[in-house]
Write a protein of this length. Structure first.
Length: 659
């Protein structure tokens, strides 16, 4: 019989050089669901990747003297390394710069244009570059981006528009008829009441003010709006629109898109409208999870409150971090990241409850029976209740997991862990071992504990991928039938003569006071580095902007300036800059590169052959990844129009001094 299919996605992440624990939270949760479905026998497709186009990427790359592709190549390598560290078991990693994705996005755009769902007009609106989003005046909060709180800029440009308003009523109807489509329910209410019912405006879906994006094939001056580009990944990754669309036919519609609450409206409004226009089925569910917050505020690199997951994994191991993220916070709600809560969970749930249960059971079997339990056993009065709790746990876990209630699922598993610890206290092996006549009862009690541990080890696999194998090694459990998910519904799977061997401590107990101090120091050091890097970039950006025009100076300073005549040999555009021209200037016997913010006044090449006045002895500055040696002097009128100072005297040789 063919396996049932399951397709789950995370959002494709903006390539940041510092993914924090908040980004990891979403991907760990999605990975947990994918692992769970695989254990249940599903044919799973788990998609993640990177959203690499847009003005923000172009600006960052240019500021670092790199092409956007060079920049994203570097960042993607780091993202994949982090996902490996966190044991993320994705089946496919898509990049929006992948050739097959670009070609299919162009086909989608053309199809929507041909059928009249996209039309050409002009757009004026408020744009947030970090969020790659347009907003109307009434959507702004105190004149700033409603999502991230940063400054916005008023943009006016020719654009193609998607008839989003055309699908407003269909989306409302779909949501009302499919209450499980957008979860939690509060997200659906927000979309209907705050965005859909007030009325949708048609969406600008192309840009002309920058170049880093998917080109509109039939109108080369335009690139596809980043959200149309990015959202399409969920079907382009499956081969939609290509000769081999077998994966698309197999897995679409997606079972669930897992996204952060800040991008729910793109996935719950724009994406369904696009799919309706393409006459494709909608995803079965969109789940908008909450944020990890610190002191009530969302983690942000610019704020400097990000927590580096690599620091945490290095200190406590990946399974402990995954457990904390999924147990501490109800998925769908905001949750506070707290160092003390993290260590408390490790000590209480992992070290005391689970780790101690595993190690002391092995220790007692080794001590009382030389490492091998005898087959001869006698029941105790407490057996049936333990069995009942154990055999009821799997169904409870499954019910929680189907709703993506990860914390609830872990609560049920830990109820079994604690019930097993209680069973040890009830049967009192340390008392039974003193009476030879009770040895069969003792063997029975320790077998039941080991069998309960086996069930627990299977149920925690989606959450903690490394710990189960460590448990199995100590109980000589071979991966296979005895570790299959359905085996948790049967009691007595372990061999009658169970052999054990001591292993490493799963989760060493932590000195809270000492560890908090060390962890705070490590996180602060990571945050300080992040903030310092951010400040350095901002300072460089400010210096670059200021260097485009001469600064005010005193007469004493002016007397120090050497002014010379230079002949312009070459003048070219600078990719990624709206104002700069890159000029090669001959000054006497030398040639210098001088950047100048005169692009609005002079076309590239217009100054070639002219003799200009150059500030010769200025300290060189790095601009757009290259050193600029000097400054071309300009006059500026009241309207801000620039005019380069030149001399038409052919006898006034290049390199001549001006005094």
């Amino acid at each position: 019989m063919a396996k049932e299919k399951f397709y789950i996605t995370t959002p494709i992440y903006y390539p940041s050089d510092k993914l924090h624990i908040g980004h990891s939270y979403c991907t760990v949760a999605t990975d947990t669901m994918a692992r769970y479905k695989r254990l249940r026998g599903y044919d799973v497709m788990f998609l993640t990747g990177t959203d690499e186009h847009g003005q923000k990427i172009e600006r960052i790359a240019n500021g670092q003297g790199m092409t956007p592709k060079e920049y994203t190549d570097k960042i993607v390598k780091g993202i994949k390394e982090l996902w490996s560290t966190l044991c993320i078991s994705y089946d496919k990693f898509i990049r929006t710069t992948d050739d097959y994705h670009v070609k299919t996005v162009q086909k989608i755009f053309k199809q929507l244009y041909d059928q009249g769902d996209i039309y050409k007009s002009s757009y004026e609106g408020w744009y947030c570059t970090p969020c790659e989003s347009f907003f109307t005046e009434h959507q702004l909060v105190d004149g700033k981006c409603p999502d991230c709180g940063r400054d916005v800029e008023l943009l006016k440009e020719e654009s193609y528009f998607f008839r989003l308003s055309k699908y407003q009523d269909r989306i409302i109807k779909y949501m009302e008829e499919n209450p499980e489509f957008l979860q939690p329910n509060t997200r659906q209410n927000e979309m209907i009441n705050n965005f859909l019912k007030p009325g949708l405006e048609d969406l600008a879906v192309s840009r002309t003010s920058f170049k880093w994006g998917v080109p509109v094939e039939f109108d080369p001056g335009h690139i596809v709006y980043v959200w149309v580009d990015a959202l399409s990944n969920y079907i382009t990754a499956l081969g939609y629109g290509t000769e081999d669309d077998s994966l698309f036919k197999k897995f679409w519609p997606a079972d669930v898109h897992v996204v952060g609450k800040e991008i729910v409206r793109f996935h719950a409004i724009i994406w369904p409208a696009m799919l309706m226009a393409l006459n494709l089925p909608l995803p079965k569910q969109i789940f908008g999870h909450g944020w990890l917050v610190i002191n009530g505020g969302k983690m942000s690199k610019s704020v400097g409150n990000v927590v580096d997951p690599n620091v945490l994994v290095d200190k406590y191991g990946v399974d402990a971090i995954r457990y904390f993220l999924l147990r501490e916070i109800a998925f769908g709600q905001d949750g506070n990241f707290n160092n003390e809560a993290l260590i408390q969970r490790i000590n209480s749930d992992l070290a005391n409850d689970l780790g101690n249960l595993v190690s002391r059971t092995v220790g007692m079997i080794d001590k009382y029976f030389g490492g091998t339990l005898p087959a001869d056993r006698t029941a105790t009065p407490f057996d049936e209740d333990l069995k009942a709790v154990a055999l009821a746990t799997t169904e409870k876990v499954e019910n929680a997991m189907e709703k993506m209630f990860f914390s609830d699922a872990l609560v049920e598993i830990w109820n079994l862990v604690r019930r097993t610890n209680k069973y040890i206290d009830e049967t009192q092996p340390w008392i039974l071992c003193k009476d030879e006549a009770k040895k069969a009862e003792l063997a029975n009690a320790l077998y039941n504990v080991a069998e309960s541990i086996r069930i627990v080890s299977i149920l925690i696999q989606p959450f903690m991928p490394n710990t189960p194998a460590k448990i199995w090694a100590q109980y000589n459990i071979t991966e296979g039938d005895a570790t299959a998910w359905d085996s948790t519904k049967t009691w007595g799977v372990l061999p009658a003569e169970l052999k054990v061997q001591k292993g490493e401590t799963l989760f060493p107990r932590i000195d809270m006071k000492k560890e908090l101090a060390e962890l705070e120091a490590a996180i602060k050091a990571s945050q300080a580095t992040s903030v310092a890097n951010q400040q350095k970039k901002e300072a460089e950006k400010k210096a670059e902007a200021e260097s485009e025009y001469p600064a005010e100076i005193t007469i004493e300073d002016f007397c120090k300036v050497q002014l010379k005549v230079g002949e312009v040999l070459e003048s070219k555009e600078v990719e990624g800059s709206k104002k700069l021209l890159r000029n090669v200037i001959k000054i006497g016997d030398e040639e210098r590169v001088i950047f100048s913010g005169i692009k609005d006044a002079y076309a590239p090449g217009e100054l070639v052959g002219k003799r200009v006045v150059v500030a010769y002895n200025l300290k060189p500055r790095k601009m757009m990844g290259e050193m600029s040696y000097g400054m071309i002097l300009c006059a500026e009128d009241g309207d801000g129009k620039l005019s380069v100072l030149t001399t038409d005297d052919k006898d006034f040789a290049s390199g001549s001094s001006i005094s």
